[in-house]
Design a protein around this ligand. Structure first.
Ligand code: NAD
Length: 435
């Protein structure tokens, strides 16, 4: 079975279809609403490059659903951004917010570009022009962007500034999250996604759900991707006593069974732009990293990394989906049949949107919370959602009515998704279909 050509939207559709088998059939007529994005915006805009030439860039913003509140979701800059992927990622955001009980809907955006070949000035002009093209389709109560692949605090500062210039006289800070601290960013936002990953992983281990893994201390962790999420995850897992045995970035990976020195890895990446070549480590490929002998495997880079082709070779006891959509449905099945636990993206990486929500609340009140308070609230929400997912999984295991059609053992992705979809369907029914 190969799933090389499956698109992100097809993955979302397969996952939703699988969850549907376990969802109360009384809600069937509401499910079609969730299948399609509510609003799709596609823009093409010219940018004057540093050498005086003019290039046209394409950007997308998709609002999947706003039943729970304004749209919320990252903006990514990447050559492979396309409408299919942005739509699938917007849908994931809808599930994530519903699962975490955050009053936002799902959205996502992206610009097709290669940020590595662009200067800061070009990136600034692309960001400003993209945001101005979106106009009033963004707003603190409409749709609120945040950072994602190859966008960061600086990008969010430009987003804020552009929107503020276009809407003078208001407190506009809540229009975007993941901003620099001085501009109304939240303490702990940069680390939030990785902190959430640690929180949920610890919780599953603590509940005794990962066979042969009784604690994080001493566990061997491999992480694909060394950006905002992957680098911080490496630091936080290491602070919990885990041994980081492999790391990678877009240029390749490094491994050391004794544990990689993270301070050295960060410093080396900063000076050379890659991890590859770090002293006292073995150079490996990104494919090697995924199949390395470890306890915890954390994909924290791109989507569709674990597929039917390599799922049978994964040696980890648990996969923690820090990235969005790193595992395909065919791989889900193989992993479930092999008894390898998968902690799904909509739960595991929801720390980012959770602290984005906290940032939004702080901005509306013109307040700044203390870091301890942010982290305590994050921890509480992540654990409550992990427990709710476990409870749903246990309930569905006992509820044989939906299992007749099950193709393979019930996984946590399906359990988490049914919880999110049930909540949305209930709220949609309470609000009623307009008019
Ligand atoms: P980032 O741009 O900061 O880092 C991306 C990392 O992935 C870089 O180290 C890059 O070198 C590496 N990479 C790129 N291509 C690769 C490849 N082919 N193989 C291996 N590594 C590769 O991005 P980020 O913010 O850390 O996001 C990473 C993932 O986490 C994405 O899937 C994103 O959607 C997801 N995510 C991010 C957040 C957040 O708060 N930033 C929240 C939820 C989910």
């Amino acid at each position: 079975m190969s799933d090389d050509d499956i698109t992100p939207s097809q993955i979302s559709a397969v996952n939703l279809q699988r969850a549907q088998r376990y969802i109360d059939s009384g809600q069937d007529n509401l499910l079609p609403i969730l299948k399609y994005p509510r609003r799709v915006i596609s823009v093409n805009f010219p940018i004057e490059m540093d050498d005086g030439s003019v290039e046209v860039f394409r950007g997308y913003r998709v609002l999947h659903n706003r039943t729970l509140g304004p749209g919320k979701g990252g903006i990514r800059f990447h050559p492979e951004v396309d409408l299919d992927e942005v739509s699938a990622l917007a849908m994931l955001m809808t599930w994530k917010c519903a699962l975490l009980e955050i009053p936002f809907g799902g959205a996502k955006g992206g610009v097709v570009c290669d940020p590595k070949s662009l200067s800061q000035g070009e990136l600034r002009r692309i960001t400003r022009r993209f945001i101005s093209e979106l106009g009033d389709d963004l707003g603190p109560y409409t749709d609120i962007p945040s950072p994602d692949l190859y966008t960061d605090e600086q990008t969010m500062a430009w987003v804020y500034d552009t929107y503020d210039v276009m809407h003078q006289g208001n407190n506009n800070r809540a229009v975007v999250t993941g901003k620099p601290l001085l501009l109304g960013g939240s303490p702990g936002r940069r680390e939030a996604t990785a902190r959430g990953c640690v929180s949920v992983t610890e919780y599953f281990i603590h509940r005794g759900l990962i066979p042969a893994l009784s604690e994080l201390r001493g566990s061997r962790v491999a992480i694909q991707g060394f950006g905002n999420v992957g680098e911080v995850a490496a630091q936080l897992f290491s602070e919990c006593g885990a041994i980081i045995v492999a790391l990678s970035d877009s240029q390749g990976g490094i491994a050391d069974g004794e544990g990689i020195d993270l301070a050295e890895a960060s410093a080396f990446k900063k000076t050379t732009g890659t991890l590859v070549g770090l002293a006292h480590t073995e150079t490996i490929t990104n494919s090697d990293l995924l199949e390395i002998d470890c306890d915890v495997l954390i994909p924290a880079a791109l989507g569709r990394q674990i597929t039917a082709d390599n799922a049978g070779s994964i040696k980890a006891k648990v996969i923690v989906e820090a990235a969005n959509g790193p595992v395909t449905p065919a791989a889900d099945r193989i992993l479930a049949e092999r008894g390898i636990w998968l902690l799904p993206d909509i739960l595991v990486n929801a720390g980012g949107v959770t602290v984005s929500y906290f940032e939004w609340l702080q901005n509306l009140d013109n307040e700044t919370w203390q870091l301890d308070e942010v982290n305590a609230r994050l921890h509480q929400r992540m654990r409550a959602s992990a427990e709710a997912t476990i409870a749903r999984w246990q309930y569905l295991q006992c509820d044989l009515s939906g299992n007749e059609d099950a193709e393979y053992p019930l996984d946590l992705r399906t359990a988490a998704l049914t919880l999110a979809v049930d909540r949305l369907a209930q709220i949609t029914a309470q609000r009623g279909i307009w008019p």
